[in-house]
Design a protein around this ligand. Structure first.
Ligand code: NAP
Length: 463
């Protein structure tokens, strides 16, 4: 019997601690109060996992590992410094790299071990490679769309879904054959190449702004492929980390789809986000009332209860610090100011919470949609800052609207509504917003940061 290497207990302990830290990281990340601990736990866990792996006695040469570490660090540091609005595409890139790694490891294992692979191991390895390949190109495509390097709107053609599913079906059929005949090495490239193609064509018909949901779904696939790799390599740590990653990705996708009142299949096959010609044409006929920063400041000055609704435009304009100044100016005057948080405002889960926390807005003033909706009828002024779809009353009233049934913030029930946005352009869903044509609504046309700044200036000058 071979004696275990002396480092094995150290490696086992490092992996065990890393697993515990990954679980704690997810638990802590679920609340803004403990999120920082969650990030730290994840970092330390990853460090232990990498450290433990470097101690493996099977490593014969550290040269390539050192090169990879330097390369990875060189890519990772700038990726960690991107703007908050670029986090979805940054995350997509991380998934692409992770999935590429899983695919390469799976391929190497196949060629090293074929034909001596059990049916179970071959089945799991095929799953690993298929999920890894489609996640890699799908994530790259998603990142390209979100970064505006590729067309943002869905690209569709007749029969697209059938073509896509056929490509995947052929890959799965070949995977089935390989499971039964693990020695058929010539067929192996098919289960890499077809899913690589599938990843691309799967994401082409999806609207750019649906990418966050798709990214969390790809996150789930990447996690599952890593868990599959754990079975192939007999690594409990990989199985645990992959399962955590996969299940949390699925749960997040479900939460996001629910908040948009969409099903997975609608997100994946619905080509959402196309401009609706009827809505765009309709908006020309109607008129809106606009107001200046001075008029908006005067309206806010007379209010006793104000609800601010932040959205994607606030994130784009990076207006959160100006919003904090507005909050200070109004609360100094004794105005009760709250923030209404819609679960899918912005472009990623928790987007608004993160930005407002960055600007040190007290967390207890951020009220979730279900809690604040009952309060709008007693609200003097709702100030919408770069939000659109999440305030669209058509979701409640127009059964033909693409967002019909999506839970929204009932801002139209407030006494006065003011909307800061640059134009009458639609938001992510590509549809007109009837809120803008109500008698009680004032449009404040301009960039969110500049307009809020002007309002603060007017309020301070009026003191
Ligand atoms: P939205 O409906 O996309 O509207 C954002 C508005 O911000 C636009 O109408 C735009 O109008 C305005 N805007 C853009 N840049 C601006 C700037 N610099 N200054 C002022 N305004 C600016 O955003 P939302 O109301 O936050 O809703 C989010 C949407 O994204 C929902 O439809 C949701 O389903 C979807 N989504 C969210 C997530 C998530 O996880 N949060 C994930 C996937 C999809 P102008 O161009 O006229 O300025």
């Amino acid at each position: 019997m071979n004696a275990l290497p002396a480092t094995q207990p150290v490696i086992d302990m490092a992996y065990l601690l890393a697993s515990v830290l990954f679980i704690l990281a997810l638990k802590w990340l679920s609340s803004p109060r403990t999120a920082r601990h969650g990030v730290r736990a994840g970092e330390v866990g990853m460090l232990l996992a990498i450290g433990g792996t470097l101690l493996q006695h099977g490593i014969v040469d550290y040269k390539w590992i050192a090169i990879a570490l330097v390369l990875g660090t060189g890519i990772g540091i700038p990726l960690g410094l991107v703007q908050m609005t670029a986090v979805p595409q940054r995350t997509a890139l991380s998934h692409a790299f992770g999935a590429l790694c899983v695919t390469l490891v799976g391929s190497a294992e196949f060629y090293l071990r074929s034909p001596d692979l059990s049916h179970f191991t071959m089945a799991v390895l095929a799953l690993e490679v298929i999920l890894g390949s489609l996640t890699c190109t799908g994530s790259l495509m998603a990142a390209g769309k979100l970064q505006d390097l590729l067309p943002y709107r869905p690209l569709t053609y007749t029969g697209q879904n059938v073509v896509n599913l056929c490509v995947l079906a052929v890959a799965l059929a070949v995977a089935g054959y390989l499971t039964l005949h693990p020695g058929a090495t010539r067929l192996f490239p098919v289960i890499v190449a077809l899913p690589l193609l599938f990843g691309l064509i799967m994401v082409i018909p999806i609207g750019g702004a649906d990418m966050p949901t798709v990214i969390s779904l790809l996150n789930a696939y990447a996690g599952l492929s890593a868990a599959a790799m754990g079975f192939v390599l007999d690594s409990k740590l990989l199985i645990i980390a992959g399962a955590l990653d996969g299940s949390s990705g699925f749960i997040l996708s479900v939460i996001m789809s629910r908040a948009m009142n969409r099903s997975f299949s609608n997100v994946l096959f619905g080509a959402f986000g196309q401009l609706q010609p009827a809505a765009v044409a309709g908006q020309e006929a109607k008129t809106v009332r606009s107001a200046t920063a001075a008029e908006a400041a005067a309206i806010l000055d007379t209010a006793s209860k104000v609800v601010v609704v932040p959205g994607y435009g606030m994130a784009v304009a990076q207006a959160q610090h100006k919003v904090r100044e507005l909050y200070d100016a109004l609360t100094k005057r004794g105005v009760d100011v709250r923030f209404a948080i819609h679960p899918v405002a912005g472009r990623m889960p928790g987007h608004m919470n993160v930005l407002l926390a960055e600007a040190d807005i007290p967390y207890d003033q951020l009220i979730e949609m279900d809690d604040i909706n009952g309060e709008f009828s007693q609200t003097d002024v709702v100030l919408i800052i770069g939000a659109n779809d999440v305030t669209n009353p058509a979701a409640r009233t127009d059964a033909d609207s693409p967002i019909y049934g999506m839970p929204i913030l009932d801002v139209d029930k407030a006494r006065t509504v003011m909307v800061i946005k640059r134009s009458m352009s639609p938001g992510f869903a590509g549809i007109d917003n009837p809120l803008y044509y109500l008698d009680k609504t004032f449009m404040l046309f301009g960039d969110a940061k500049a307009f809020v700044n002007d309002i603060v200036h007017e309020l301070n000058a009026a003191r």
